[in-house]
Design a binder for this molecule. Structure first.
Ligand code: 5AD
Ligand code: SF4
Length: 464
């Protein structure tokens, strides 16, 4: 227990990607390790930590609003501090550094993406000496792994295998705020995976900006497929990974979707655009045909695999014809889910200096058309599961109704089912149940939990 942090409370707000969510779990782990208590709301918190994202402009605006809203909020009654400590980390911290405390003078601490571990020291200085404490490093010396973490769900773990990105897609700020790609040694990844399995974790998600290029900086050749084999061999029940760059998705990895027991039949493979001209301007380094070829191979290796994607609408110079190419690609692939974004200009990226003269209304209209198609295709792709019995990893009660449980199918669809008599959603969280799907909707499946005879037999023999 550490005297500065004992009897203090903290709250973390996380924006952006899974890497940020994972970083937040590590911040929670560090602060709890020092004796602070995590709370849910700003009112209850002595310290508020923002983990920020700068991939699109909307996230910047939101951060400023949230920080401003804290200015006049009183401290919790029992607080021993003289003011609420506000810390900003993650990608905006990395990008803006000192500039942030000039814009937001009531900020106490700014840290970046490479120095999470410094946060307790920075907060301590702010509490003890007052003033602003800004620390942003250009890059991480080693892969930051030895930080404790408090996982959001005890049965699911994010496991970073690479950090940073070398791809420099022309619209993207990530390589500038997350630095060059670094892979974590295979042995360390496997050691973590084993620890998770031993602790009862049911699902591991391997994380990286581009997991497919894992190992290039370590072994001189791509070794992501080997890594999948080794994580599978730890006995983990469910294995997933994000994110994949299509140019680096190898036949070996595609094959694993058909052969590895734990690798779930779902892949997020961002296409960004269906137009070769735009893909080139985006510096994506693959063509529409190459991408569609990958989809074909994936479906051969793993029939029924669920596919999801990211798409940017309104990239500089996008014409109606380019947009139609994106539209028809979505029609052709029939994704289970697509995250659609309107292009957002990020200073410092190559795309920021490209001519960008499409009227906003035109882009918005394209965006709306695409969203309609995405929904139609999501509904259609879910229909194949109506009537099937699927294994669901329960996450807890549904938000609307505590007598309904919510969980995830192997294809990562959200599944709802009534909690069986004599049980509760909380009790079932982190376990598998079999659900017979009665209705397939656009964004979820609903059905009934069925008695699993095999599971019953296994329980019996365990008891003997
Ligand atoms: N504008 C809009 N969307 C963007 N993305 C990344 N940069 C931008 C940008 N400048 C999207 C991409 C990426 C996802 C995480 O965010 O689609 O895959
Ligand atoms: Fe950004 Fe492209 Fe790297 Fe993804 S692969 S983080 S879109 S630069």
């Amino acid at each position: 227990m550490h005297h500065t942090f004992s009897h203090t409370t903290f709250c973390i707000r996380t924006f952006g990607c899974q890497m940020n969510k994972h970083d937040s779990e590590r911040i929670a782990g560090m602060l709890e390790g020092l004796g602070a208590l995590q709370v849910d709301t700003y009112d209850e918190a002595d310290m508020v930590v923002f983990m920020t994202c700068c991939v699109r402009e909307a996230a910047d605006v939101r951060l400023l609003g949230q920080v401003a809203s804290l200015k006049n909020l009183p401290l919790p009654k029992s607080s021993k501090l003289d003011h609420r400590i506000i810390a900003v980390g993650g990608c905006i911290g990395q990008r803006d550094g000192e500039k942030l405390v000039r814009e937001l003078p009531h900020l106490d601490v700014v840290f970046g993406t490479h120095n999470l571990a410094s946060l307790p020291r920075l907060i301590e200085s702010a509490i003890e000496a007052g003033g602003h404490h800004v620390e942003v490093l250009d890059s991480a010396e080693t892969f930051p792994t030895d930080l404790p973490s408090v996982r959001e769900h005890s049965w699911a773990a994010w496991l970073p295998i690479t950090i940073g990105c070398n791809n420099f897609c022309s619209y993207c700020i990530v390589p500038y705020v997350r630095g060059r790609e670094k892979s974590r040694p295979l042995e360390d990844v496997i050691a973590d995976a084993r620890t998770y399995v031993a602790a009862g974790v049911k699902e591991i998600t391997l994380l990286g900006q581009n997991v497919n290029s894992y190992g290039r900086d370590l072994y001189g050749e791509p070794r992501f497929a080997d890594l999948l084999d080794e994580v599978d061999a730890t006995g983990i029940a469910r294995l997933r990974f994000a994110t994949s760059h299509p140019k680096d998705l190898t036949d070996g990895v595609i094959e694993r979707f058909g052969t590895l027991r734990s690798l779930m039949p779902a892949l997020h493979l961002p296409v960004q655009s269906g137009s070769d001209r735009i893909l080139e301007a985006m510096n994506r380094r693959y063509t529409r045909d190459h991408y569609l070829g990958l989809i074909e191979k994936l479906r051969e290796a793993c029939p029924g695999i669920a596919l999801s994607s990211d798409i940017i609408v309104g990239f500089p110079g996008e014409t109606e014809k380019d947009f139609e190419a994106t539209y028809s690609l979505v029609e052709e692939v029939g994704y289970n889910q697509v995250f659609t974004f309107i292009y957002s200009k990020r200073e410092g990226t190559p795309a920021a200096s490209m001519v960008d003269d499409s009227p906003h209304e035109v882009i918005q209209e394209r965006f709306d058309r695409l969203v309609d198609l995405v929904q139609e295709k999501a509904w259609q792709s879910n229909q194949v599961d109506a009537g099937k019995t699927i294994e669901v990893l329960v996450e807890g009660a549904s938000k609307r109704d505590r007598s309904v449980l919510s969980g995830k199918s192997p294809k990562n669809q959200t599944v709802h089912a009534r909690v069986p008599e004599g049980s509760s959603a909380d009790e079932l969280a982190g376990t598998f149940v079999s659900v017979k799907v009665e209705e397939a909707r656009t964004w979820y499946l609903s059905g009934s939990v069925i008695e699993d005879e095999d599971a019953g037999r296994m329980l019996k023999s365990d008891a003997e």
